[in-house]
Design a binder for this molecule. Structure first.
Ligand code: HMG
Length: 393
């Protein structure tokens, strides 16, 4: 067993997604597919589509803006930015966010990548850094745009979103426990070479790898002294689509020889799926948007409950870890703001969606069009001298 001298974990959590979405009923009708394949087969209803002037930086700044006050601005010692939708081969996207949020200049900023897994690595590194200097906090951000080819089997599993978390000593939302289980294997289930805007994916194989890696990570978590299955009240999974989370949980139940009645199965899982069902895949952010969904949509008091997390990133790396909900957490949530943001989104016609999808990346010297623009506080205004110019609106 580890000594746990200090409680470290999530003190604040916020997320953001685009103000545009495509209803999958529209996609089903256009593609001549029975909509129940989307609603039940993959468990998705809507997918967020980024605006012309929106990218991982603007999504991230919007997610983080509402969780940071002036005292926190001064106290943040590092920004860890997880993404697989990089906008530059050299400069970390978090440096733009650092300026947009007005963070103090005595701060480390770095970008992390390993498909959808990297935010978990960022969270664990942030916990370690805070344990080393408990007076300081770390801002962890995950921000991604999930993009597959039009008319492909994966098209309905697109989406976009960002999550931001303040990691601190004596956190007011979730204490992250030190035990963790990991699994890595070099496989080609999903990848995106630098010369492509869309991911390549071996869809069925990726779902098999997800389950295989999850069970191996779980076994390693048990070997590390983690909570027994029966001691975990709720589970959050990486959600490429919500049915994947249900399948994963069923496999984990079977693996633990736990025969769970449907009601109990839903109690363990259902609330974490609500936001992803209407946002779609947000890659590195998806697991933690799932946590936000659970904390905000579950009507019970979760104080003292253990939450299990399964992080999976294709390629592949998986990790199982857990956290314990802290008393008073509900006061720190931004439930109304998140619900209002999701409610205010604008539905796209199929033509508008295809136009947005085909909209070329802005090039040198171009102003970014205001049409189909973001309603968020931050936007990409132009590219000049090959530099991205972001504005707070
Ligand atoms: P597909 O070929 O369109 O789907 O691709 P399908 O034909 O297998 O159908 C899907 C399910 O819908 C099936 O259920 C059907 O039976 C059911 P299942 O057998 O799986 O239980 N179905 C229906 N249900 C109700 N009414 C109907 C109906 N018709 C069929 N009428 C696939 C599905 C997931 C492969 C595809 O969407 C894809 O390639 N997606 C992208 C890859 C992906 O999301 N993989 C997930 C695991 S990997 C991961 O999570 C990492 C990732 O996030 C990336 C990263 O790490 O960065 C992707």
């Amino acid at each position: 067993m580890y000594a746990t001298p200090l409680a470290v974990g999530i003190d604040q959590i916020g997320f953001y997604t685009s103000n545009f979405y495509l209803d999958l009923a529209v996609l089903a009708q256009r593609n001549g597919i029975d909509v129940s394949k989307y609603h039940h087969g993959i468990g998705q209803e809507k997918m967020s589509v980024p605006a012309h002037d929106e990218d991982i930086v603007t999504l991230a700044a919007n997610a983080a803006d509402s969780i940071i006050d002036d005292a926190e601005r001064e106290n943040i010692s590092a920004v860890f930015f997880a993404t697989e939708t990089g906008i530059d081969q050299s400069k970390a996207a978090g440096v733009y966010v650092h300026r947009l949020l007005g963070l103090n200049s005595n701060c480390r900023v770095v970008e992390l990548k390993q498909a959808c897994y990297s935010c978990t690595a960022a969270l664990q590194m942030a916990c370690a850094l805070v344990a080393r200097n408990p007076k300081k906090s770390v801002l962890v951000i995950a921000s991604d745009v999930a993009r597959y080819e039009l008319d492909s089997a994966a098209e309905a599993t697109q989406g976009c979103g960002a999550v931001a978390m303040i990691i601190k000593a004596n956190p007011r939302i979730l204490q992250i426990q030190p035990q963790a289980g990991n699994y890595t294997e070099d496989v080609m289930d999903f990848w995106r070479p630098n010369y492509r805007k869309t991911a390549l994916v071996d869809g069925k194989f990726s779902t098999q790898m997800y389950i295989k890696a999850m069970l191996a990570a779980w076994d390693n978590y048990q070997a590390d002294g983690g909570f027994a299955f029966a001691d975990i009240a709720h589970f959050c999974y990486h959600l490429p689509f919500t049915r994947m989370g249900q399948k994963a949980h069923r496999s984990l139940c079977q693996h633990n020889m736990a025969s769970i009645p449907k009601d109990a199965f839903d109690t363990q899982l259902a609330d974490s799926l609500i936001y992803s069902r209407i946002i779609g895949n947000s890659y590195s952010a998806s697991l933690f948007i799932g946590l936000t969904s659970l904390l905000e949509q579950n009507t019970n008091d979760l104080t003292g409950k253990n939450i299990g997390f399964l992080s999976y990133g294709s390629g592949c790396v998986a990790e199982f870890f857990a956290g314990t909900v802290v008393a008073g957490y509900k006061d720190k949530l931004h439930t109304k703001k998140h619900e209002a943001m999701l409610h205010a989104r604008e539905p796209l016609s199929h033509t508008q969606y295809v136009d947005l999808w085909n909209y070329p990346d802005p090039q040198e010297g171009e102003e970014v069009t205001m049409q189909m623009g973001t309603t968020g506080k931050f936007k990409l205004a132009r590219i000049y001298e090959h530099k991205r110019d972001y504005l707070r609106v």
